[in-house]
Design a protein around this ligand. Structure first.
Ligand code: DGJ
Length: 694
């Protein structure tokens, strides 16, 4: 007998079937099926034939594939009994609880006394399906691997795209061809990491940013994940995501995965991107003041580093406010004896040499300039050269002889006394000063992966959030080393990268937007000569790249010429005028036919307006710009388009282009199918095209 269930929204159907009382499998996921579809027939039509060299029946690709059923690929669960004996789970369906937008599958293994639960929640507005798996037992077990509910990957896909990165080079997309065997990504660094962002896209044949079918996945966990994309010998494909293997260092009776967020799109990668952007902003992030305009940041790191000097900081604050900054973030260097990165982490007390009267005078001054005040912490870390390490060497995670990272160790966040200490130090500062923002850093990998560490960090943040609900937190880890929906359910911004090089940033922002909306993605205008690449970039390009996301400045404003200050103030004013609608806008990646062009269209939720940022990342092979086709417009509507920075056309742009003269009106059909031909421009520059539906 086959039992079936389905989850539906306007975009998709996900159908599950259990045959012979076994653990269910996903038998269909994709474009919506009619309400009356016979799911048993779908199950039967999808059943694979058998031929020589095969078993007499193909084992299910179930929500938790079981080795005990001769599944020919990676199992969904690897667990050992108390005494270390490997268990071979074999689940039978116990029940399915169906809710309006979700369902819970419960399976039991009587022999091994295990319960497996898979939960699905489909958000009908964002179209994201959030899935978790849990395992419980009547005695503590050792967990090696538990996958979130396992999904099949489409057969009509040739490739998959996952993400790699490094310090100052986050969100690099890797395209790999499907082939028999495993594409295995495992992050054993103990934090989300630059190297392995926990995301995957499976674009079906011919899918692009703007068209075609695509499936996308993100695992919302900050402790390091494992991804398996496997093509079985019979051709079926499975996707597994979970915590990195063997992260549970203690036996337990209960284990649960983090949520796996998955989405199907019939309109290209942008369909996935818009779903993730909206889901993150509108469902995952817990905003301190929902809907409040995002303030323009000033962060002093690249201006002063550790050399904190009150008169200098006041001068910088005055200039930053004049340029349009609304929040001043005091970065590393205010505590202990922190004159470089060799000491003082954990000594979270204001350095009296730098701030003889405490932080009060600086905060008052910043407030006097009309800005709020934020401060940097790196709570999970400790320098051996610190008073706290001297007093509590046992609080550090890992062995005595471990290799340090940036001269520091991690604290053992699983210890309640460590969390209490950090809570006490951070809350003391927050309750005695008007501080509305923490930049929360995490600058080294862990000595070993340990899920308890991540749970400890989450618990500390949750406690602080509960007691200081108005304080926003930015997740930073040497730039983008801790970006995922798990940390973002507790924080409101990410520091995408330590690279303030606008050219690098343009690329990273473009790729990161598949998962993240502008509202959470920090982007700062860096120094004229970039500190991490040595590249010298024009202020206009730097300013517009920052204006694509949550804008801020990080250069020393004393370096700005009058011209640079004017450009920066102008772009900042533009950003403030537009931030309200851009806060909820969708970021749509455009399919530029010129590989040197990285372009996106940010479009208001109601479609009434948009802005296209067309970045030039290099010189083009051909001499004249190719037309750029827009997307998701109403074909019959008229749009007025105008080049916001047309005055920036260089003398080498010699043609009489209408866009250089003023606005033009065209239909959505023309803008999408014919496209817009922008003026010739230098590499490392940006055209900004505004559009309004008439
Ligand atoms: C790494 C961060 O990514 C930087 O922005 C800065 O905060 C430094 N740490 C401070 O040590």
């Amino acid at each position: 007998m086959t039992q079936c269930w389905r989850l539906d929204d306007e975009r998709q159907t996900l159908a599950l079937a259990s045959s012979g009382g076994r653990c269910p499998q996903v038998v269909y996921w994709g474009a919506p099926l009619p309400a009356g579809e016979d799911l048993t027939a779908i199950t039967r039509i999808s059943t694979l034939d058998v031929t020589g060299g095969m078993l007499d029946e193909n084992p299910d690709l179930s929500l938790c594939p079981e080795a005990s059923r001769t599944f020919p690929g990676q199992p969904g669960l690897i667990v050992r009994d108390q005494d270390g004996t490997p268990l071979l789970p074999k689940f039978h369906l116990d029940g399915v609880e169906v809710r309006p937008d979700g369902l819970t599958v419960i399976c039991k293994d009587q022999g091994n006394r295990l319960t497996y639960t898979a939960d699905f929640a489909l958000d009908p507005e964002t179209h994201v399906i959030a899935m978790t798996a849990a395992l419980s037992a009547d005695r503590p077990l050792h967990l090696h691997w538990l996958a979130a509910p396992v999904l099949p990957a489409p057969q009509h896909a040739n490739d998959m795209i996952d993400f790699a990165g490094r310090w100052c080079g986050e969100f690099q997309m890797n395209r790999t061809a499907w082939s028999p065997g495993i594409r295995y990504r495992e992050n054993r660094t103990g934090r989300t990491g630059h190297e392995h962002f926990p995301g995957l896209i499976v674009p079906c044949q011919a899918a692009t940013n703007t068209s075609g079918e695509a499936f996308a996945f993100h695992y919302g966990w900050s402790g390091g994940h494992r991804m398996i994309a496997e093509e079985l010998p019979d051709g079926r494909r499975q996707i597994q995501f979970g915590h990195a293997a063997r992260m549970e260092t203690s036996p337990s009776t209960e284990f649960r995965t983090a949520p796996l967020y998955a989405v199907y799109s019939s309109d290209g990668l942008n369909g996935c991107a818009v779903s993730f952007q909206r889901h993150l902003r509108d469902r995952v992030v817990t905003w301190t003041k929902p809907g409040r305009p995002r303030p323009v940041h000033y962060n002093c790191w690249e201006a002063v580093y550790f050399a904190h000097d009150l008169p200098v900081l006041k001068d910088i604050a005055t200039r930053a406010a004049k340029l349009g900054a609304e929040r001043f973030v005091l970065d590393d260097g205010w505590f202990g004896q922190r004159d470089d990165d060799t000491s003082s982490l954990s000594d979270w007390e204001v350095d009296p040499r730098k701030y003889p009267d405490g932080l009060g005078p600086l905060i008052d001054y910043v407030h006097g300039q009309g800005m709020s005040f934020g401060i940097w912490f790196e709570p999970e870390m400790i320098n051996p050269n610190s008073n706290i390490h001297r007093a509590h060497p046992d609080w550090a995670l890992g062995s005595e002889d471990q290799v340090l990272g940036r001269q520091q160790k991690a604290l053992n966040m699983a210890l309640p006394e460590v969390r209490d200490f950090l809570y006490e130090r951070i809350s003391k500062l927050l309750s005695t000063h008007p501080i509305d923002y923490i930049k929360w850093d995490h600058n080294r990998v862990l000595p070993m992966p340990d899920a308890a560490q991540t749970r400890g960090s989450y618990a500390l943040i949750d406690r602080l959030r509960a007691d200081f609900p108005d304080v926003e937190i930015e997740s930073c880890a040497s730039g983008g080393g801790r970006i995922d929906f798990g940390i973002l359910s507790r924080t409101q911004r990410v520091w995408l990268s330590d690279s303030n090089d606008a050219l690098e940033r343009l690329k990273m922002q473009h790729n990161a937007s598949i998962f993240m909306p502008s509202a959470v993605t920090g982007s700062h205008v860096g120094p004229r000569k970039c500190h991490t690449s040595g590249r010298v970039l024009d202020i206009e390009f730097r300013a517009w790249v920052a204006a694509q996301r949550h804008m801020g400045f990080e250069m020393d404003p004393r370096e700005l010429t009058d011209h640079e200050a004017r450009v920066l103030a102008d772009v900042t004013a533009w950003w403030k005028d537009n931030r309200d609608w851009m806060y909820t806008a969708d970021i749509l990646r455009l399919d530029a036919s010129d590989p040197s062009v990285i372009a996106e269209q940010q479009q208001a939720r109601d479609g009434s307006r948009f802005v296209v940022f067309s970045g030039k990342s290099g010189t083009s092979p051909q001499i004249a710009p190719r037309p750029l086709r827009l997307t998701r417009l109403e074909p019959d509507a008229q749009y007025e388009i105008s080049l916001r920075n047309r005055a920036s056309a260089t003398v080498l742009s010699r043609g009489n282009l209408a866009l250089k003269e003023g606005p033009l009106t065209l239909t959505g059909a023309a803008l999408m199918h014919n496209g817009v031909t922008l003026p010739w421009s230098f590499p490392e520059s940006m055209w900004v095209l505004e559009g309004k539906r008439l």
